[in-house]
Design a protein around this ligand. Structure first.
Ligand code: RI2
Length: 311
């Protein structure tokens, strides 16, 4: 079917990581759903919903560890399910409005996070970050706007080297920037004042899933007594962890690690790891800087619908 094919293009972009970062993945998925609804030839609610469910399944399967994408698509489709409208054309407007509202909320959250988090960046400090997080870089850019003078150290973040993207953006901001291999993080931790990382998923216990290597950085920071903060929108909370499921950790293709590896070599390539809440000083989110221990209550207050299992 043509329409689902157009969603498949987005799915491919996400899988091949031409679209990177949890927020960008969610934004791309939302736009794909909106496009699908706008271009659909469905004549009634049932037909449109059938197409939306198909698209949802394809998008959900594109990358496993992306609750922000799942939450956004669930919420948008929910608006259609609950609508009293019956004609597909009216319902595609419902999808468009819901998508725009969700995107606006994400943007506003990012602004609040930048405002709150940038106050934690002090003059003369050295900030370590791992991988590339658009939420983190936006917060650091706000600190620059606020005329704070600081340095950034970026890990290269094997195997896909997203740290290079971060390093280039930091240089573009005019920041003194250094770049290290991932395994140098512990050795250089005594030069760092603050660690900030993004998130792909937050669990109901307040643990954070982020790019592979994050938990090693957190351990090194804890050992050196350096504050470690996670900078993220609350909508990366995964409600399924509340009901007993573990967050699934995506394992990616072996050739990302070693392209022409010897035959019979077993290569493991987990994309993410879990940082326990005990290593996290605070989660910098749109509701403020909160303890990972209280994440459930904070999410429940801001986004009660997230816990609705029907949604
Ligand atoms: P923003 C990335 O995953 C990184 O783990 C990053 O910390 C996280 O998404 C959040 O990114 P990947 O897509 O939403 O590179 O803050 O696997 O941009």
């Amino acid at each position: 079917m043509f329409l689902v094919n157009s969603v498949k293009n987005t799915v491919e972009e996400i899988q091949k990581m031409r679209i990177q970062g949890a927020s960008n993945v969610a934004i791309a998925a939302i736009k794909a759903i909106e496009k699908l609804a706008n271009e659909s030839h469905a004549t009634n609610k049932k037909e449109l919903l059938r197409e939306l469910y198909q698209a949802k399944q394809l998008l959900f399967e594109s990358r496993e560890t992306e609750p922000l994408m799942r939450n956004s698509i669930r919420w948008i489709i929910r608006q259609v399910e609950q609508s009293r409208k019956t004609e597909a054309r009216q319902l595609s407007t419902v999808v468009s409005r819901a998508s725009q509202r969700f995107l606006k909320n994400l943007q506003e959250s990012n602004e609040k996070i930048a405002e709150i988090g940038s106050k934690r960046i002090r003059n003369g400090s050295v900030i370590l970050t791992h991988c590339h997080s658009s939420v983190v870089t936006h917060m650091l850019a706000r600190a620059v706007e606020n005329k704070v003078v600081f340095e950034v150290m970026c890990t290269e973040t094997r195997p896909i080297f997203q740290g290079r993207k971060t390093a280039k953006e930091m240089l573009d901001l005019g920041l003194k920037t250094s770049f290290i291999v991932d395994s140098a993080a512990r050795f250089l931790m005594n030069k760092i004042d603050l660690v900030v990382v993004g998130a792909d998923a937050i669990t109901s216990e307040g643990n954070v899933v982020n790019k592979i290597g994050t938990s090693s950085v957190a351990l090194a920071a804890s050992e050196a007594r350096i504050p470690f903060y996670v900078v993220t929108e609350l909508l990366k909370f995964d409600p399924t962890t509340m009901y007993g499921d573990y967050e699934k950790i995506e394992e990616r293709a072996a050739n990302e690690v070693w392209e022409k590896a010897p035959k019979n070599l077993i290569i493991r390539n987990p994309a993410f790891d879990v940082t326990r809440r005990d290593f996290i000083h605070g989660i910098i989110c749109e509701e403020g800087i909160v303890s990972p221990h209280s994440i459930n209550e904070v999410v429940r207050r801001a986004y009660p619908w997230i816990f609705d299992q029907e949604c």
